[in-house]
Ligand binder design. Structure first.
Ligand SMILES: [Fe+2]
Ligand SMILES: [Fe+2]
Ligand SMILES: [Zn+2]
Length: 319
């Protein structure tokens, strides 16, 4: 499909940017953050965040503990916090995850978070920007309009006045009327140049709402499928902040089936096989190697984990 490379940002070309300064031969501003346990400034795009993933950082009132942000690849960060839910007498954890994909010149925020997470997400984003790990945020991409995905859109449009929103933004002008001119319906042929990588909008294969779009990062070949790969995890088993392949005790098929029962209830009433065929085709066409779901743990090995997710999707449909 022919793609349209778009530049919708409101940021002026001459706005200060660490990477632009570097490219023009000027001295790069010193990042404010220092390495854990050390005093030396960290370089751009350092891996310092990945050092924090083994431990939880603290407890928030009424909530759970976070092991995020976590660096998943060059310029790709996983943000958010666990949410706690109860079902059949058992406590489950899940995520309403947000990701940042940063190029050399600009970044995209993938999903905008659940309202309860917004203060913490704002701090996580501020830390990444202040450290120089990510370029200025110019795009806010939401897969669809539901609150766990688009709930923070208004807040972040205000926090980042140069950013615009793309993706599943149909009718969001009714919720955020003062930002209506910054909501861009660009369809599935759009691609955004971030500098050294692009962010594409793709069709949503497994859709919660009919107006669902998925995203794709051309550098890490990461797919962002919104509700497409949704499954819970268990705090007591140490799954928080892990990628799916690290959570060895996580029953991905069972958790996927459970999540589908509540969040993708339509799968109970239709043949899911055509959707799985379409999913395989999209993954092959894009050569996807990483998946950043909104509710499940990120997937770093599709050969290992995709069959488990598909088995769970089928089990949910058969239940
Ligand atoms: Fe949804
Ligand atoms: Fe969702
Ligand atoms: Zn958790």
């Amino acid at each position: 499909m022919a793609r349209t490379v778009l530049r919708l940002s409101r940021r002026r070309a001459h706005m200060p940017c660490p990477r632009r300064c570097a490219r023009r031969g000027r001295r790069r501003p010193t990042p404010r953050r220092t390495a854990p346990g050390g005093s030396s400034p960290l370089p751009h795009r350092t891996a310092w965040l990945s050092l924090r993933t083994s431990g939880h950082r603290g407890r928030r009132k009424g909530g759970t503990m976070t092991a995020l942000p976590r660096r998943l690849g060059p310029g790709l960060y996983w943000l958010g916090d666990c949410i706690k839910t109860q079902h059949a007498g058992r406590t489950y954890h899940a995520y309403n995850s947000v990701y940042i994909v940063s190029g050399e010149d600009r970044s995209v925020l993938v999903e905008t978070g659940f309202p309860a997470d917004l203060p913490m997400l704002g701090r996580q984003i501020d830390e990444l920007l202040a450290s120089g790990a990510v370029a200025p945020l110019e795009y806010l991409f939401v897969t669809h309009q539901e609150t766990p995905h688009a709930g923070g859109l208004g807040r972040f449009l205000e926090k980042f006045p140069d950013a615009v929103a793309v993706g599943g933004v149909e009718d969001l002008d009714q919720i955020f009327p003062r930002h209506a001119e910054r909501l861009h319906l660009v369809g599935t042929s759009a691609e955004f140049d971030l500098g050294g990588r692009s962010f594409r909008i793709t069709p949503g294969v497994i859709r919660d709402l009919i107006t669902t779009y998925w995203g794709f990062d051309t550098l890490t070949r990461a797919l962002f499928p919104g509700d497409g790969f949704a499954y819970s995890h268990f705090h007591e088993e140490g799954h928080c902040g892990l990628v799916a392949e690290e959570a060895a005790t996580l029953d991905v098929p069972a958790m996927t089936a459970l999540f589908a029962e509540f969040a993708l209830h339509w799968t109970r009433f239709t043949d899911v096989e055509p959707y799985l065929v379409e999913l395989d085709r999209l993954i092959a066409d894009l050569d996807v190697t990483l998946v950043g779901p909104t509710h499940g743990l990120p997937i770093t090995s599709l050969p290992q984990t995709l069959p488990l997710v598909k088995r769970g999707f089928r089990a949910g449909a058969d239940a």
